[in-house]
Design a protein around this ligand. Structure first.
Ligand SMILES: N[C@@H](CCC(=O)N[C@@H](CS)C(=O)NCC(=O)O)C(=O)O
Length: 204
């Protein structure tokens, strides 16, 4: 199994974190996501249908789109929520929520604040910030019963997906409510966890 990623990609981080906390051994190749798409490694160019990281190659097959990759890993190994159908259904709900909600404002805000080439207009930033505040409050409300992880006692791929970009919240210049911060700290306490910049560094 081989993952292609980059330390600046929260999407790649979701998958790397899943593999790390599930203890699944894999190879890793860093792709320079800021380079011309044509200049990337031949294997990546051939297999990455949308030219994006993360890309996972497993038993010769290519898997793309971070949340779809999470589902592939969890169901293949029966880990992180795929141990039973009911929990897997709840995971899928959160993965679709993430793609359409927090995953559609936080990555963009962070890119806009961190990288000149992705700087958005003030109006767009304002809209995305309002969207983020709304979405993160939903997460906070969900965690208000002091459950350990998003679906209860144990971490699942829903946690991997939802937390991906929240470890970059400082770079996005957004506030993280205390209940969400505490949940991120609990994930950070899991064996295998490391910050995206560390986990997605080459040679780990
Ligand atoms: N919806 C995709 C988003 C992936 C994505 O946006 N990847 C970015 C890095 S975070 C990328 O590879 N950018 C390089 C490019 O588009 O050339 C997923 O969930 O995997």
């Amino acid at each position: 199994m081989k993952l292609f990623g980059h330390p600046d990609s929260g999407h790649a981080y979701k998958v790397k974190l899943c593999l790390a906390i599930a203890g699944i051994s894999h190879d890793y190749e860093e792709i320079d996501i800021f380079s011309e798409r044509d200049s990337r490694s031949p294997e990546f160019k051939q297999q990455s249908r949308f030219h994006e990281v993360p890309l996972l190659i497993d038993e010769g097959k290519a898997y793309v789109q971070s949340n779809a990759i999470l589902i592939h890993i969890a169901t293949k190994y029966k880990v992180l929520g795929a141990e039973n159908d009911q929990t897997l259904t709840r995971c899928l709900e959160w993965l679709f929520w993430e793609a359409n909600k927090i995953g559609l404002c936080l990555p963009q805000l962070r890119a806009s604040n961190k990288f000149e080439q992705f700087r958005l207009s003030e109006g767009a930033q304002h809209w995305l910030s309002a969207r983020y505040r709304h979405d993160v409050q939903i997460l906070a409300a969900e965690l208000s019963d002091r459950r350990k992880f998003i679906l209860g006692e144990n971490p699942t791929i829903a946690d991997c997906s939802l937390c991906g970009y929240l470890y970059f919240a400082d770079e996005a210049k957004v506030a993280v409510p205390p209940l969400v911060r505490d949940w991120l700290a609990r994930i950070a306490g899991l064996k295998g966890w490391a910050h995206p910049y560390e986990l997605l560094r080459i040679n780990r």
